[in-house]
Design a protein around this ligand. Sequence first.
Ligand SMILES: C[S@@+](CC[C@H](N)C(=O)[O-])C[C@H]1O[C@@H](n2cnc3c(N)ncnc32)[C@H](O)[C@@H]1O
Length: 318
Amino acid sequence: MITPKAQFLHGPLAAVNEQIRPTVDLIFTSPPYKRSDGYELRLGQGLGRFAQRVLVPGGQLYVNFGQLLEELPRAFRFADEVEIGAQDQAHRMAAAELGQVDTSTESRRKVKQTQLVWGQTIAWVKSIATPSWRETLLETVTAAKKAGASTVSVKTLLDLLKGESRMTTRGHVTTLTSDRVLNYDWEPIFRYWKPPEPTLDRLSIGVPYTDKSNANRGTRGKNGDLRCRGDAWFVPYQTTGATTKKASAKTKHAYAFPEELVSMVLKFSNLRPGAHVLDPFCGSGTVGVVAKRMGYHFTGIDSDASAIETSREAWETA
Ligand SMILES: C[S@@+](CC[C@H](N)C(=O)[O-])C[C@H]1O[C@@H](n2cnc3c(N)ncnc32)[C@H](O)[C@@H]1O
């Protein structure tokens, strides 16, 4: 069993960059995304260049930006550093329309093996409103019971299921008072890799089939009752407090990743035992904590000395 080791570096990424050797298997990070928190274009480009240099062949980069109107084009602005992934036609077309990259076949052939490739974007859903049949049924049956009924007919239940159900909201986000935009319920997590393209362990975060007859069809039988969960991941914060800029008491940090989100990324990335995981904007050190529990080495970087202290403490007690 490997004993995971960690190093924590205090300083802006641009200043400590050169201390990192090119041995990194995976970077998962959430850079500051508002200008008021220190975002600037050079920060994103610097991250792209840094990842390109320090990732091993087959290494992966996951970048989460909080949801903003300018969010999606931002990923294309890595374009100086990043080649658009061949797997995704929509990304190539959008990049070409924005005039950010030359996506011609000619230029694609010239992709250097050291360049990063942009793959799939994961939607991290923090809050969602869904129909809730359970609540609707519970309400009807409870009302019937109160009115003295000892049974509810199958017909009543079927009629209910055909009708309107109540909506339930799951998860938390900061509520906006705006007549211009809806609340931001999801954030993108952009995924890049350095060739050769790594394979994913999709079923490590798989979910059970709803229609159980699907589980045994075709080649699926070999996986039992488990299917790919897809690219929209519902991972709620545990409390409303975590969605605000105010640091939560537990993490001592604003905008901390939920541990479950980090664990999903690390699991399905299919890392080798003892892999090297890095977060160059580590905040409260959530990526480190989860990496340690999974037996991975970790490097944390942050420009804020107190964030480095928090991350180190979190690692030591994980
Ligand atoms: C959104 S937070 C990361 C939160 C983290 N994912 C967690 O789970 O706690 C962004 C972090 O980037 C740090 N930061 C801002 N500019 C930086 C820079 N140029 N280099 C390194 N860290 C920076 C901030 O101090 C902050 O802790």
